[in-house]
Design a protein around this ligand. Structure first.
Ligand code: ADP
Ligand code: ZN
Length: 433
């Protein structure tokens, strides 16, 4: 069963017709209300009437993060703040924060998209949903809150942090579903084991995770340790937060995109050429129903692919694959392209370590040196120096064998690395810029 059959199971023809209509409304809206977009559109010879066929989407100008930063805080907002009922913002770890303004109608659409996300994970009216995404400026907490409220389940807005209390509440209230980042899920699982209350033994059935990169290896780890099924969910502040892509509990192999709200394309990040279904490249998203700050062809920097294969759940919405990396978190180590996610997947093959790791890149003379701090399991660490050195060599050989790069591995003591409560930091690049 889907939340909104009309839009989640549309025929391709109906969908395209709908998208074209909404896209042209958005072009007109931007033309009239957002001067920087009017300029961009005029430069691309797009008139206020918009385009005739959806394929002409390729002729529209891109929007990049820099456009949002230059126009910080509200230069791309189409409406005066009196018509804006909410503003979220991203953490801004890579520069000025990105603002996400919403009209009342945008809020309603966001909530609808989030209800689809949560429903697709099998959460229903009679479930208890513990929402451990950070509540506040970050879009995760409030987005899930609204969607779960619309479904009518019982929401417990714990927000992130105070992990022990999370676990006690989960037990006492009997949570059926948990929402948080995957790295925080692992933190919760581990703490619960430590205090002798493994999540496995609780009622929890499903986890809705997202907001940061993770691998299938990490998914299996969380599923096994918590005794649940886990879905992957995608979104970004620029497009209004979570609610862009979501997995269905039936397939759990790729995220359906709410295509009546977002048109997805994959481009080659260098040539900007649009790629075919199945090809891997940068995800580009166009918001066709937003009013406060609709974006045309926003370059997400997230690397993935799209597929239209039939899904077990009956939705016809296109699916995006797991994010394999971001164009800006790809590490180039002595000329070899490395994504942290590749290393994370390989760690699953090493039973002696935990999925807690940190990559550090440094310049050594003229060469790049990649080191990996990863936590040993307790028994391994206690077995002494020789065993530790053996595991370190084993990891280095495994990574070299598959990725062709040498990694300086340092096995850390159990619990030595900082635990994540939100988005985990996995890479520190200390090379001079
Ligand atoms: P911030 O800049 O504060 O991190 P956002 O919450 O807007 O703000 O971050 C959005 C980014 O988070 C996405 O562009 C993507 O890189 C990452 N992300 C979100 N969901 C997922 C997911 N399910 N898998 C991988 N990466 C994700
Ligand atoms: Zn599906």
């Amino acid at each position: 069963m889907v939340w909104n059959k009309e839009f989640e199971c549309m025929s391709p023809e109906d969908l395209q017709r709908f998208q074209l209509k909404k896209l042209n409304e958005t072009i007109l809206w931007l033309y009239e209300l957002v001067p920087p977009y009017r300029k961009k559109l005029e430069e691309a010879s797009i008139r206020s009437e918009g385009i005739k066929r959806l394929e002409q989407l390729q002729e529209l100008p891109f929007t990049v993060k820099g456009d949002l930063m230059e126009n910080y805080p509200f230069g791309l907002c189409a409406l005066p703040l009196k018509d804006v009922v909410r503003v979220h913002a991203s953490s801004g770890t890579t520069g000025k924060p990105i603002t996400g303004p919403y009209t009342a109608r945008d809020m309603d659409h966001w909530t609808e998209c989030m209800a689809r996300v949560i429903w697709a994970a099998g959460v229903r009216e009679d479930d208890i949903f513990q929402n451990a995404f950070g509540h506040g400026l970050f879009t995760g907490g409030m987005g899930f809150h609204q969607g779960a409220t619309r479904i009518g389940c019982t929401v417990v807005p714990t927000s992130s942090g105070m992990t022990e209390r999370q676990i006690l509440l989960m037990k006492d209230f009997g949570a059926d579903a948990l929402g948080c980042t995957p790295s925080y899920a692992l933190t919760i699982a581990e703490r619960a084991e430590e205090i002798g209350m493994p999540i496995k033994d609780l009622k929890l059935r499903v986890g809705l995770f997202g907001a940061e990169p993770w691998t299938n290896a990490m998914r299996s780890e969380i599923e096994e340790r918590m005794g649940i099924k886990a879905t992957n969910n995608y979104g970004l502040t620029e497009l209004g937060g979570p609610g862009t892509g979501f997995e269905c509990i039936e397939a759990r192999d790729g995220m359906h995109i709410n295509e009546d709200h977002f048109i997805a394309e994959i481009i080659d990040p260098l040539t900007h050429k649009v790629l075919a279904l199945g090809e891997t490249g940068e995800l580009v998203l166009t918001a066709v129903q937003r009013r406060a700050m609709p974006l045309l062809r926003f370059r997400t920097k997230d690397i993935t692919s799209l597929t239209r294969e039939k899904c077990a759940c009956g939705r016809t919405l296109v699916k995006m694959g797991r994010i394999v990396g971001r164009t800006d978190d790809m590490l180039i180590i002595n000329g070899v392209n490395v994504f942290p996610s590749q290393i994370e997947s390989l760690l699953k093959d090493i039973p002696e370590v935990e999925m807690q790791y940190l990559l550090v890149v440094r310049k050594k003379k003229h060469l790049d040196e990649l080191s990996l701090r990863v936590e040993a399991r307790k028994e391994v660490y206690e077995a002494g120096r020789e065993k530790i050195a053996w595991v370190e060599r084993k990891i280095d050989n495994h990574i070299k064998g598959i990725m062709g790069i040498h990694v300086v591995v340092e096995l850390a003591a159990p619990k030595a690395l900082k635990r994540s409560e939100g988005k985990a930091v996995r890479v520190i690049d200390e090379r001079p810029k």
